[in-house]
Ligand binder design. Structure first.
Ligand code: G6P
Length: 614
């Protein structure tokens, strides 16, 4: 939610900030803005719309300052318009601020500031914070760092902020609580960003602020990090960035989403690399092995997640219960955190999150931790808040995922969950050595089968052209592929804005069947294994009501081919691995439909990739 970028050094700040904002647009694209800090004055440009609109608005201006901050917004308080866009200025025009997060107590603070004579232009919580900083700065004659610290001690909520004062064009103050903030350390220059992507080509060294920390970044000096509460100076860990520029560029593809769909053979292999060693008869996962007693003694495993990651969790439930026979519950993090759940010390709570920053998942995890559960993370972003909070975890190695709709992160999550389930099942004796070995060998081959599944692109394009104007779509699957149906429907609605629902195929007759007519495309996931015969019966039921059937089938299938309007073949595999393969054509189908409808595939309306507000 919202992206922040800043620069201080010898180069021109404007191009670095604009480029950085473009890379952070996945975090929100309701509005964009930039402010450059010249001695004694500033240049503020902001606009409703995207970074491209901001660039348009900046044309013809003299923008040569070498210090500035910028923002791309996902609106929380106040509609997306020019006035509510960031950066915000304080009443005296001196304090410049960008903010990612929510100031929950902004109303009482605003009332108080109004009593002191402050006025407000926007409806945002962030403008309140800018004025609060001005208030402390002028009333107590404080340095910018101190004024920010005083103000933040009054604030309840979540934030990552970057603040400048036009009294000094040599300093930026940043702080974080609940929203991420990274500082890139160059030679005599510093970069600030919500994640490291805006500065990967300039430096590999970064400080990730911890919750409750702030930093003073002064030209030509060391970065000073301190606690917001208590003011204690801390010495920050400098991390070496693992991502390269090529990973965050489109690499010849028209959209990031298409690139990421096509990267899946590699991202799944990367996620298995060094972990799956069938020749040696083992799966190596330090996070599980070091804490195996926790898992073996667990009376149950609770998986918490949101969105696509929640769908991965549902598949995880099937896998862990099947292979390891440990009871699993899967919860929406947003429900779990507020429903006073029963959590015991011998529960293992697994959080699944691509970004590692989702506010609800983070809060659910904190709750479980407070109640004494062992908490485990499956995250894609190294150094993320969830990854740092957990007792142990396994990273998915999908690489940066930029398209807002999750694709390669999902299949990487399924891969990690499969590895965990197999490892637990092998060690607690629920899987025979023979079955375990044969599954491991088969899993090793999955990246190649994903490669094959991608070959259906042409027929999928044809299907997309046929159904692109549908207003509704139904996705059906059973067993392991019920979550696949949910994920397929989510992908379609996210990026093409077609109303789509996923259902367990057998539940169709308890409601959705009423919707079926000759205009309703029904996408049925019907691989040969599992509950094939039952799904075939469900297909018959759709056909007799004239629904249009698009079936995802195992290659060589003839029975469903006879019934369906279209079939998309996936390679044969064990039922347990079929969600990884069956999800590929569903991703492609959504992608092509969205492109044909002229939708912005990588930045669907109203969505953001990293949801750091609840
Ligand atoms: C947002 C994204 C989804 C994602 C969900 C959970 O809604 O648009 O793609 O599945 O957040 O995100 P996480 O980073 O926790 O997996």
């Amino acid at each position: 939610m919202c992206g922040i970028v800043g620069y201080i050094g010898a180069r021109e700040a404007y191009p670095i900030i604009i480029n950085g904002l473009r890379r952070l647009e996945y975090r929100g694209y309701d509005s964009a803005g930039i402010v450059l800090n010249y001695p004694g004055s500033n240049e503020l440009i902001k606009t409703k719309g995207k970074v491209a609109d901001l660039e348009e608005k900046s044309k013809g201006k003299q923008l040569n300052a070498n210090i500035g901050i910028g923002h791309t917004r996902w609106a929380t308080h106040g509609e997306p318009n020019d006035v509510n866009s960031h950066p915000h200025l304080s009443n005296d025009g001196r304090i410049m601020l960008v903010h990612n997060g929510i100031i929950e107590n902004y109303e009482p603070l605003k009332i108080q500031l109004k009593e002191y004579g402050f006025t407000f232009e926007s409806e945002t919580d962030s403008e309140v914070l800018a004025n609060l900083i001005q208030y402390f700065k002028s009333k107590e004659n404080l340095s910018l760092t101190e004024a920010v610290r005083y103000a933040l001690n009054e604030v309840v909520g979540a934030y990552a902020i970057a603040v400048m004062d036009n009294e000094s064009s040599d300093e930026i103050v940043v702080a974080r609580l609940g929203s991420p903030l990274a500082i890139g350390l160059g030679e005599d220059e510093f970069f600030i960003a919500s994640d490291a992507s805006p500065f990967v080509e300039f430096t590999k060294d970064a400080i990730y602020l911890e919750d409750g920390e702030m930093a003073t970044i002064t030209r030509g000096e060391e970065v000073i990090v301190r606690k917001i509460e208590g003011n204690e100076i801390v010495s920050p860990a400098i991390q070496e960035l693992q991502i390269g520029l090529e990973q965050i560029e489109k690499g010849g593809y028209e959209h990031f989403m298409l690139k990421e769909i096509n990267e899946q053979p590699k991202s799944i292999l990367d996620t298995m690399r060094g972990r799956l060693l069938p020749e040696e008869g083992l799966i190596r996962m330090a996070g599980i092995w070091d804490h195996k007693e926790k898992f073996y003694n667990a009376k149950r495993i609770i998986i918490v997640a949101c969105g696509t990651s929640w769908h991965a969790g549902l598949v995880g439930e099937y896998l862990i219960e099947e292979f390891a026979r440990i009871p699993v519950e899967v919860e929406y993090a947003s429900e779990f955190r507020y429903r006073n759940p029963i959590i015991n010390k011998d529960d293992v709570v697994i959080a699944i999150s691509q970004s590692g920053e989702t506010a609800d998942t983070l809060a659910a995890l904190k709750l479980a931790k407070d109640k004494g559960a062992f908490i485990y993370g499956i995250c894609n972003v190294v150094g993320s808040s969830i990854a740092r909070l957990t007792d142990a975890g396994s990273f998915t190695h999908a690489g940066p995922e930029i398209g807002v709709a999750s694709t390669k992160a999902f299949t990487a999550q399924l891969t990690v969950l499969t590895l965990i389930a197999l490892k637990l099942g092998n060690h607690n004796g629920n899987l025979t050595t023979e079955r375990y070995r044969s599954l491991c060998y088969e899993l090793m081959n999955i990246p190649q089968l994903v490669e094959k599944a991608l070959e259906s692109n042409d027929i999928i394009k044809e299907i997309a052209a046929k159904y692109k104007d549908s207003e509704n779509a139904l996705y059906l699957g059973r067993g392991y592929n019920f979550p696949t149906a949910l994920e397929g429907a989510l992908k379609l609605k996210e990026i093409s804005y077609i109303h789509a629902e996923g259902y367990p195929a057998a539940e169709m007759k308890h409601g959705p069947i009423a919707l079926i007519d000759e205009n309703m495309p029904v996408i049925v996931i019907a691989p040969k294994k599992g509950h094939y015969d039952k799904v075939v019966s469900n297909i018959q039921e759709i056909k007799s009501r004239k629904g249009k059937i698009i079936a995802v089938v195992t290659e060589g299938d003839v029975q469903v081919r006879d019934l369906a309007d279209y079939v998309i073949e996936i390679p044969d595999c064990s039922e347990e691995f079929s969600p990884i393969l069956a999800t590929i054509p569903l991703q492609l189908l959504s992608y092509h439909i969205a492109v044909m409808r002229g939708a912005n595939v990588d930045q669907p309306r109203n969505l953001a990739k990293s949801v750091t507000v609840e």
